[in-house]
Design a protein around this ligand. Structure first.
Ligand SMILES: [Zn+2]
Ligand SMILES: [Zn+2]
Length: 204
């Protein structure tokens, strides 16, 4: 059985999601507050096995160095189309978000499907907010990053963003089972049914 805990982190309140099965834990989008995340893990005797990223923006990655300091061998998974964002001068907001260099142990997030079979992951490639944006699906739970928000979607006016791609990505998400629970990269959770009914960015 896979459990999850949503922990909003940092000034941008990115929804970091901790996933665990047995003692194996994965941290998705550690945008800030590494100490808080490590305290949660140790409090439940969980072992950090990997860091997963829905995309490469600073408000989703800035907690990585703090996690790696205590767990130096842990791999980081992100879509290769967003790897260029590591260390990029545009992708930071000091002093709170000084930017994150390219992790030494960097993997393609599409490989989590085979590398962590206990989690029954699907990775949906959903470009638009960034070229390498993905949504991570586990059964009826969708971690949608900054692609789909409750009643909205992520901005497409950052470098590499594309409204045309965003519309295609949202159209693909709209075809998921209506009961799918959606945990966005910011803000409250929702469902595919609710978004298909009311999200103005989903064409119908
Ligand atoms: Zn973003
Ligand atoms: Zn964000």
């Amino acid at each position: 059985m896979v459990s999850h805990k949503i922990i909003p982190v940092g000034a941008y309140e990115a929804n970091c999601v901790i996933l665990w099965s047995g003692e194996d834990a994965l941290v998705l989008d550690p945008g800030q507050d590494a100490e808080l995340l490590l305290t949660f893990l140790s409090g439940r005797n969980l072992r950090l096995r990997a860091i997963l990223l829905t995309h490469g923006h600073f408000d989703h990655v800035n907690g990585i160095p703090g996690l790696l300091e205590k767990n130096p061998d842990v791999p980081v998974y992100a879509h290769p189309s967003d790897w260029v964002m590591f260390g990029h001068p545009m992708n930071r907001n000091p002093p709170d978000y000084p930017g994150v260099g390219k992790p030494a142990n960097l993997h393609d997030i599409r490989d989590i499907v085979k590398d962590f079979p206990a989690f029954c992951f699907e990775v949906l490639e959903t470009p638009g907010h960034t070229p390498g944006s993905v949504c991570v699906k586990m059964g009826t739970l969708l971690l949608s990053g900054d692609t789909l928000f409750a009643g909205s979607c992520g901005r497409t006016d950052f470098p590499g963003g594309s409204m045309a791609d965003m519309r295609k990505s949202l159209a693909a998400l709209a075809k998921l089972p209506p009961e799918t629970e959606v945990v966005p990269g910011h803000g409250p959770s929702t469902t595919i049914a609710r978004e298909v009914a009311s999200n103005p960015f989903i064409e119908r």
